[in-house]
Design a protein around this ligand. Structure first.
Ligand code: UDP
Length: 238
């Protein structure tokens, strides 16, 4: 299937994408590498919205398994995403990329509050908009946030950056004969229980016909290739 070139995208970066090998915290070299890829995209006039996760610092579910109140733990997770967003903003701005962080939980000293129309205006002006604090409510994930904001911003595609080349029939790290899908339907992702994004996020994309492309962020230039319509990664659509 021939892919499209995309003008306005939403990029979902997990917290782990910023962490490097240790899986924890922020690796500034890795962050800079990601920022360089984003800078190239912006220079090519792609309108870029970004949702950043917080799993490299704190995940609500994990706190809850240790006895914490789930909602309180989730608020901690949302705050973790803010740290990552500020780090990404700093890295981008040092490279001369104009950005705005909008937070779903108001913290005016650090970030604009989330205002949809304002975010769209920033995109139109070529600023990279980074969405912090998830949807602002517990029991959600930043994957669902990405699906929601992508729809709100009228993005043409949700790019899910990972450390593998796409969606496989099984985990390629543990199952060597796992096969990669070039394309797959939302329903197959749900029915096969493939760990792409949580089911709320997949359903939101399915109901609104928003394609998802899963690709390997660690390959140099991968982001530009995906946005340019090259056939890499796996596309999830109808
Ligand atoms: N979170 C939340 N509501 C949201 C988004 C995130 O409660 O709308 C919390 C939740 O605890 C989650 C944590 O923030 O575990 C970090 O986000 P996520 O796990 O999605 O990050 P990622 O896996 O992408 O690094």
């Amino acid at each position: 299937m021939k892919r499209e070139k995309y003008k306005r995208i939403l990029l979902k970066l997990s917290g782990e994408a910023l962490a490097g090998e240790s899986g924890f915290g922020i690796d500034t070299d890795i962050l800079d590498g990601i920022a360089n890829q984003i800078k190239d995209l912006q220079a090519a006039k792609t309108e870029i919205a970004i949702v950043v996760g917080g799993g490299n610092i704190f995940r609500g579910v994990k706190g809850a398994t240790k006895g914490m109140d789930r909602a309180s733990a989730d608020y901690m997770g949302m705050l973790a995403t803010v740290l990552n967003c500020l780090a990404l903003q700093d890295s981008l701005e040092r490279k001369g990329v104009y950005t705005r962080v909008q937070s779903a939980i108001e913290m005016r000293a650090l970030a604009e509050p989330y205002i949809r129309r304002k975010a769209v205006r920033h995109l139109e002006k070529g600023r990279v908009v980074i969405f912090a604090a998830g949807v602002g409510s517990p029991y959600f994930t930043t994957d669902t946030t990405a699906a929601l904001r992508a729809n709100e911003m009228n993005c043409q595609v949700l790019l899910k950056a990972t450390s593998v080349d796409g969606i496989y029939s099984a985990d390629p790290k543990t199952t060597p004969d796992a096969t990669k899908f070039e394309e797959i339907s939302y329903m197959d992702v749900l029915q096969k229980g493939l760990k792409v994004m949580d089911s709320t996020a997949i359903t939101l994309c399915m109901d609104n016909k928003l394609p998802i492309i899963v690709f390997n962020l660690r390959k140099p230039g991968a982001m530009a290739q995906v946005v340019g319509g090259e056939n890499i990664g796996t596309i999830v659509h109808n």
